[in-house]
Design a protein around this ligand. Structure first.
Ligand SMILES: C[S@@+](CC[C@H](N)C(=O)[O-])C[C@H]1O[C@@H](n2cnc3c(N)ncnc32)[C@H](O)[C@@H]1O
Length: 261
């Protein structure tokens, strides 16, 4: 037997992660632990908490251990089949929402993963029609579960970029894989699917390919919003502007929004 405070003090992982694990095991809010630090843990709870802490100690991301991650104020189920949604992508979603607000909008989320962007678009823009695609059937399954649980109406398509996607859109938004094979990544990232992370050509292959395909799939004046690494922004911007009829609407460290001429 051990009390909450004993377990937290003995834990060798980050304190916040330890609290979140214990809160999950005890099925309470994290703040409950503060007021109940004398609460005695049952053997089964102790075993479960120890096993989860050991996984975290081996660098497995907490989101996979707990099975969810918050994105734009909503909880998304995540498994090792999908990338864990990132705060950078919330900034991309927020910028896209600014351009879509107020008018009915046809939105396509390419490489939807957990469905974080598509579900956010569908719920924040009730007049929008949202399509989400991914090359990975396993990711699409998770995205569909998230859309159902969160009450978002989305059409899902399995597709390599825009190959199987039909129609034209006001906005194409994408957080595609853009990590170059030789970049250093954190130990936790090694738990995420390679298909969601890496791309050839210094991480730029899929970004460039989407700028090639997007002009035929955007309505006049439509937007292409791409998440990328700051190291890629100049190259991708030059590529899109020189070759593909795009102008730059907005740049930020982790994304560029283009408009089709
Ligand atoms: C970086 S993850 C982004 C997931 C999600 N959009 C997010 O922001 O959290 C990239 C996603 O693109 C998908 N993907 C990889 N190659 C693709 C391709 N050629 N066509 C479509 N999707 C692809 C992966 O399966 C993965 O789900």
């Amino acid at each position: 037997m051990a009390e909450v405070k004993d377990w937290l003090n003995a834990s060798k992982i980050d304190r916040l992660d330890a609290e979140l694990i214990l809160a999950y095991v005890l099925d309470h809010e994290r703040t409950w632990l503060v007021a109940h630090d004398n609460h005695e843990l049952q053997d089964t709870e102790l075993r479960q908490a120890n096993a989860m802490a050991a996984r975290r100690g081996a660098h497995e991301p907490l989101a996979y251990i707990l099975g969810s991650r918050e994105f734009y104020g909503r909880e998304f189920a995540v498994t090792p089949d999908v990338l864990i949604p990132r705060p950078e992508t919330e900034q991309l979603a927020s910028a896209v929402l600014e351009y879509c607000g107020g008018t009915p909008c046809d939105v396509l989320d390419v490489g939807t993963g957990s469905g974080a962007i598509a579900v956010t678009m569908a719920l924040e823009l009730p007049d929008a029609t949202v399509t989400a695609s991914d090359i990975s059937p396993a990711a699409l399954e998770i995205a569909q579960q998230n859309a159902k649980k969160l009450g978002a109406k989305i059409q899902f398509v399995q597709s390599d970029l825009l190959q199987n996607v039909h129609g034209k859109f006001d906005v194409i938004v994408a957080n595609l894989p853009y990590v170059a094979h030789d970049w250093q990544v954190s130990p936790a990232t090694k738990y995420e699917p390679s298909l969601a992370l890496y791309a050839d050509d210094a991480g730029e292959r899929l970004l460039k390919e989407l700028t090639n395909q997007a002009p035929n799939r955007l309505k006049s004046g439509g937007f292409l919003a791409l998440e990328l690494d700051p190291r890629q922004a100049k190259n991708i911007t030059n590529y899109a502007v020189k070759n593909k009829r795009f102008t730059v609407l907005k740049t930020a460290p982790f994304f560029v929004i283009f408009q089709i001429k």
